[in-house]
Design a protein. Structure first.
Length: 256
């Protein structure tokens, strides 16, 4: 944990508000906070995804990644938290995007949360390792997540991958760990945004450059509403919304 991360987390604890929707005057933002971020319904798909996580954590199998054999529990260690994964589910469930793009599959936990609300929703994600892609795809197909489409490789060439996409529905950026990476990703993806697009950015307080890139994104004129939950940031582009940045305290009740 870096000093930058700790400093900003303490600031978040003391400065974040709107936990119960208090002080939120926009009907859109109030609905987002109270009926999406704070929603506590125990959707049964939550437990399905978390069962797969537990299978990973107890697996004895190893997979080849970057030329070395890595145990599956080690690969699963860095997966999205249940809190953030379940929020991704609720965002998709509420706003019903036409498509979803996740820039890094990892072990597929985030992709499964994104795919869970609608078995017909196409969820596209990227994976560099052939063995990981094959292993995770097998689990997803067996457990009803056949709507996740895994592309071999990195999301760096996203401009060519999105050539047939008119507008992004929900974009989940979870492969950027520097401000330069995030700026490059946004340069491509902002050209594919629509008024109903939703961008979810992970690691926004990973380091100073990521935080600076997050603030640059917030300042863009085409960005209308942003929600800072510390671990992730959410971006909306609907021109009908008044421009506003919200810092929302997010300590949810989890379902396993």
């Amino acid at each position: 944990m870096t000093f930058h991360y700790l400093k900003n987390y303490l600031r978040y604890l003391f400065c974040s508000r709107h936990w119960r929707g208090y002080g939120v005057h926009s009907p859109f933002a109030f609905d987002l906070v109270t009926n999406v971020i704070r929603e506590e319904l125990p959707y049964y798909k939550y437990s399905l995804v978390e069962k797969i996580r537990k299978l990973y954590q107890t697996s004895k199998k190893s997979l080849e990644v970057d030329g070395r054999s890595v145990p599956v529990p080690e690969l699963a260690h860095g997966e999205i938290s249940p809190a953030c994964g379940q929020l991704l589910f609720r965002l998709v469930n509420k706003y019903k995007p036409a498509n979803v793009v996740a820039t890094k599959m990892g072990m597929g936990i985030s992709s499964m949360y994104l795919a869970a609300p609608n078995s017909k929703l196409p969820v596209v994600t990227f994976c560099e390792s052939e063995s990981v892609a094959s292993f995770v795809s097998g689990y997803m197909k067996q457990t009803g997540f056949g709507n996740v489409f895994v592309i071999k490789g990195r999301a760096d060439d996203l401009s060519t991958r999105l050539v047939d996409v008119d507008a992004l529905g929900l974009l989940y950026v979870n492969d950027c760990f520097s401000g330069e990476d995030l700026d490059r990703r946004m340069e491509v993806c902002l050209r594919k945004r629509g008024e109903q697009s939703i961008f979810v950015i992970d690691h926004i307080y990973e380091n100073a450059s990521m935080t600076a890139a997050w603030h640059r994104l917030q300042a863009l004129e085409e960005v209308r509403v942003t929600v800072d939950l510390f671990h992730i940031g959410i971006v909306f582009f609907d021109k009908k919304l008044q421009k506003e940045d919200y810092n929302v305290r997010y300590f949810p009740k989890l379902h396993f």
